[in-house]
Design a protein around this ligand. Structure first.
Ligand SMILES: CCCCCCCC/C=C\CCCCCCCC(=O)OC[C@H](COP(=O)(O)O[C@@H]1[C@H](O)[C@H](OP(=O)(O)O)[C@@H](O)[C@H](O)[C@H]1O)OC(=O)CCCCCCC/C=C\CCCCCCCC
Ligand SMILES: Nc1ccn([C@@H]2O[C@H](COP(=O)(O)O)[C@@H](O)[C@H]2O)c(=O)n1
Ligand SMILES: [Mg+2]
Ligand SMILES: [Mg+2]
Length: 232
């Protein structure tokens, strides 16, 4: 949903910054790499210590690089297969660090096995949700569904909640409950999205296999009729 509705807005907002980086000679790949490094550092330095506010501030500063790199590539007319591969692969690394950071907090000082498990579930299900699309597309299917909770939703829900939950350290009472709520929402939403995508791939695969079988039958019968024609 965010990918559909918010992307156009952020493209407009970030285009001048992307153009500025291009003028400075920065490449899209550099932005992809530095953006990911910043997200990973923000997540793994701050979240395991329960410093959710500062972790979210650092991650937010870097996470928009994921919209800037593609914008730069398009402005340069240099969108490439390598760039698409690098972008998607490093997305998985960044997501792993964010939900891994939450899991490390709950496994340590946060001391909550259930929320540690929910964080790990968010991490794993997010990766599998993305994989369903990548694998479906790699076997030639359109995977014409996005689903309830895509990457943008996973990030916005968990980062907004973590940022506000972090205000607990500045004396705001009760607000830390937002993070567990967000993690449960992301976990359930990811599960629903996974089911949506698997059902879509199953239907598209069945349709594609049926069309291929039909085509094979037609080819065979044409081959037979040609063959019998030649014999006559
Ligand atoms: C007082 C409190 C302090 C709070 C501190 C700060 C809080 C800041 C809070 C939030 C900021 C969140 C920002 C999150 C921005 C996310 C942007 C982003 O990177 O989105 C990525 C997404 C996908 O990009 P790609 O096409 O490159 O990736 C594809 C994707 O990964 C696919 O995965 P799948 O979806 O299938 O799981 C892969 O399949 C594919 O391979 C891969 O290529 O980009 C978008 O979706 C574009 C839309 C982005 C929309 C961002 C909206 C941000 C909106 C609101 C910010 C809210 C701020 C509120 C602050 C409130 C606090 C005061
Ligand atoms: N280093 C990069 C990063 C991205 N691309 C291209 O942009 C597409 C992703 O666009 P986003 O707006 O989601 O970043 C990606 O599929 C590539 O075509 C690139 O070329 N090099
Ligand atoms: Mg990107
Ligand atoms: Mg990306």
């Amino acid at each position: 949903m965010l990918n559909k509705y918010a992307r156009a807005f952020f493209t407009r907002v970030l285009t001048p910054f992307a153009a500025f980086l291009i003028r400075r000679g920065v490449s899209p790949d550099t932005v992809t790499l530095i953006g990911t490094a910043g997200v990973v550092a923000g997540a793994l330095v701050f979240y395991p210590r329960g410093e959710f506010f500062w972790g979210t501030v650092v991650i937010t500063l870097f996470v928009f690089s994921d919209l800037v790199d593609g914008n730069m590539a398009r402005q340069l007319g240099r969108s490439s297969r390598w760039g698409a591969f690098l972008d998607s692969t490093l997305d998985r690394v960044a997501d792993g660090a964010i939900f891994g950071g939450f899991a490390l907090w709950y496994a340590g000082t946060g001391n909550n096995v259930m929320l540690c498990a929910v964080s790990i579930f968010c991490l794993a299900s997010g990766q599998v949700v993305s994989y369903t699309k990548a694998r479906g597309e790699s076997i030639g299917l359109p995977v014409a569904v996005n689903g309830l909770v895509e990457r943008a939703e996973r990030l916005v829900i968990s980062l907004v909640a973590a940022g506000f939950a972090g205000l607990h350290a500045f004396g705001v009472p009760g607000i830390q409950v937002l993070l567990p709520i967000a993690l449960w929402i992301v976990a359930v939403g990811s599960l629903v999205t996974l089911v949506q995508r698997v059902v879509t791939v199953r239907r598209e695969a069945a349709e594609a296999d049926a069309a291929a079988a039909l085509q094979k039958g037609e080819n065979a019968s044409q081959g037979t009729s040609h063959g019998s024609g030649a014999a006559q």
